[in-house]
Design a protein around this ligand. Structure first.
Ligand SMILES: [Zn+2]
Ligand SMILES: [Zn+2]
Length: 255
């Protein structure tokens, strides 16, 4: 399998970088997982969106889906024949929210004209070519699903956004590559008790990877100003007990 990082920014973008977006390839399939602001410009450096089997969205926070609006402009303005439309798969109950977004940017059919919108059901495995993608619900401020993508006897796990939780363990178990968010620099940046946590410290990503037996850990969705990337790598490596990588825009990770 192959993972290409299109954006590693948290909601507040790192200068010059896109928010969440990852190309996942394997088993004859090519998926775009998450499509935050700036991702489409990065995607076009890798090819045309028609080369994708689908766009899959983890949750409806803008830093993971807002560039769907931009993606529409890659296509001619007239509506496309239904069977030629790009599949866009969003979380359960989210299509109505997308309709609101479409209305908000000027037209009810802004997205419908060129995309085939559907929802996953939050647990069933989806198949693209010979790639199997299973959503796993994480712990976040709104409903959110990470994904386990399997193809060619390899497994790539993506946490999307999550606080420390049991689901993170299920998600990361035996992953050949765990792509984990590491948004926080301090727990003070997360929700205050009694509200549940919604993000991870780099050390918590390292802990989760170690306990789940993940074979490789790639940190993403993190601020990289000052020594942010080096600090996160060191914190996670100590907890993981081995080397950790920090996602680089446009970098390709062979799994
Ligand atoms: Zn989020
Ligand atoms: Zn996020």
């Amino acid at each position: 399998m192959r993972l290409t990082v299109l954006g590693r920014s948290p909601a507040r973008p790192n200068p010059g970088e896109a928010c969440a977006g990852y190309l996942v390839e394997g088993g004859g399939a090519r998926l775009l997982v998450d499509i935050g602001p700036g991702v489409v410009a990065q995607l076009l450096m890798q090819g045309h969106p028609d080369e994708l089997d689908a766009v899959v969205v983890s949750h409806m926070h803008p830093d993971h889906m807002l560039d769907l609006v931009t993606l529409r402009y890659v296509y001619p303005w007239r509506s496309r024949p239904r069977d030629e439309r790009l599949r866009v798969i969003v979380p359960p109950g989210s299509t109505e929210q997308l309709q609101d977004l479409a209305r908000g940017v000027g037209g009810r059919k802004h997205l419908d004209d060129v995309f085939r919108l559907s929802e996953h059901d939050g647990r069933s495995t989806m198949t693209f070519g010979r790639m199997a993608v299973t959503p796993v619900e994480t712990q976040h401020f709104i409903p959110c699903w990470g994904f386990r993508a399997e193809a060619d006897d390899r497994l790539v796990a993506y946490t999307a956004d999550t606080g420390p939780c049991d689901a993170l363990h299920d998600l990361a178990t035996n992953a050949d590559l765990l792509v984990s968010e590491a948004t926080l620099r301090s727990v003070d940046e997360d929700a205050a008790p009694p509200q549940a946590r919604g993000h991870l410290l780099p050390a918590e990503a390292g802990d989760a990877a170690r306990v789940a037996g993940a074979r490789r850990l790639l940190l993403t969705h993190l601020p990289v100003d000052e020594d942010g990337a080096a600090w996160a790598r060191a914190e996670a490596a100590t907890a993981y007990g081995r080397e950790v990588e920090v996602a680089e825009p446009q970098a390709v990770y062979e799994v």
